[in-house]
Design a binder for this molecule. Sequence first.
Ligand SMILES: *[C@@H]1O[C@H](CO)[C@@H](O)[C@H](O)[C@H]1NC(C)=O
Ligand SMILES: *[C@@H]1O[C@H](CO)[C@@H](O)[C@H](O)[C@H]1NC(C)=O
Ligand SMILES: *[C@@H]1O[C@H](CO)[C@@H](O)[C@H](O)[C@H]1NC(C)=O
Ligand SMILES: *[C@@H]1O[C@H](CO)[C@@H](O)[C@H](O)[C@H]1NC(C)=O
Length: 276
Amino acid sequence: MSPRSSPLYCLVFLLTFSSGIQAFNITRLLGQYPEFGAFNQYIIDSKLVGQINGRRTITVLAIDNSSIASISSRSKDAIKAIISTHVILDYYDEKKLMDLQGSSAILTTLYQASGIAIRRQGFINVAVFDGEVVFGSAVKGAPLNSKLVKTVATQPYNISVLQVTAPIIPPGIDAQSPWPAPGAETPLPHRKPKTPSTGDYDAAAESPEDAEAEAEAPTDAATPTPTPAPAPGPADKAADEDADDDGSKPHNGSTRTQMGLLESMVMGLVSLFVAL
Ligand SMILES: *[C@@H]1O[C@H](CO)[C@@H](O)[C@H](O)[C@H]1NC(C)=O
Ligand SMILES: *[C@@H]1O[C@H](CO)[C@@H](O)[C@H](O)[C@H]1NC(C)=O
Ligand SMILES: *[C@@H]1O[C@H](CO)[C@@H](O)[C@H](O)[C@H]1NC(C)=O
Ligand SMILES: *[C@@H]1O[C@H](CO)[C@@H](O)[C@H](O)[C@H]1NC(C)=O
């Protein structure tokens, strides 16, 4: 071993060793719930298992067999984009989401870490209105159309698996999901005037300005730099294409996001090692 390569080998050894101390196994975890069998299979087929298990702080938005059937006709790449959009690079359980009551937040997903997401495809928007948690792509004009159903499993503060009603599909990933028309506003959930709610959003609009302001593009600092990405930082692109989107930061993302960066580096080095 040449003196030049030995520090790398030490590092790779260390990282390989430490990656063996796995916080969870997503395949096994989801495998306990047959209703998420198809979702679990998509994670495996999209080769996302290693990327998910390699993280320590993650939230998976799972969709049951009947709701996920709608994506089955899409290409492998589109399915991978959708599935990785369902993996949030931070730990969110129901309690933490409920802390957002009346507001919204932008969350970074594994799709952002792929380096191929553009504009805000790699982020999702979560909002809480009347105690109901709704998710959608953070791309401007994308609907918040996937509601939280229940907690499937939690292992605080490493992994949280939450069931949602519908797939969150980033616009622009394929011809079936075109970019929203320019100038489109994110249709926010509407809520009823104070009555014991059935949970349907069908009345007056929640102040869109507030949520829009919250939903602005995350800053560079908060964007985990994807290891395998040779491309310019996705946030830079977002800034270029959405010149008015450089306002605020995501909620409490930065600390964990930095861990996310470290872990992407670990993943990168481990895959380098595997490739050698
Ligand atoms: C769980 O996450 C915490 C940080 O949030 C980390 O310190 C800890 O090592 C993780 N547990 C495992 C088993 O990886
Ligand atoms: C994770 O669980 C699956 C199913 O139980 C198993 O096949 C796989 O080997 C496990 N992976 C690791 C790294 O333990
Ligand atoms: C969900 O689909 C998977 C395969 O796609 C299947 O193995 C599993 O049995 C199904 N679960 C239920 C509850 O139908
Ligand atoms: C963010 O952190 C601050 C202080 O650390 C806390 O008051 C606030 O509730 C947190 N917000 C979210 C969305 O977790």
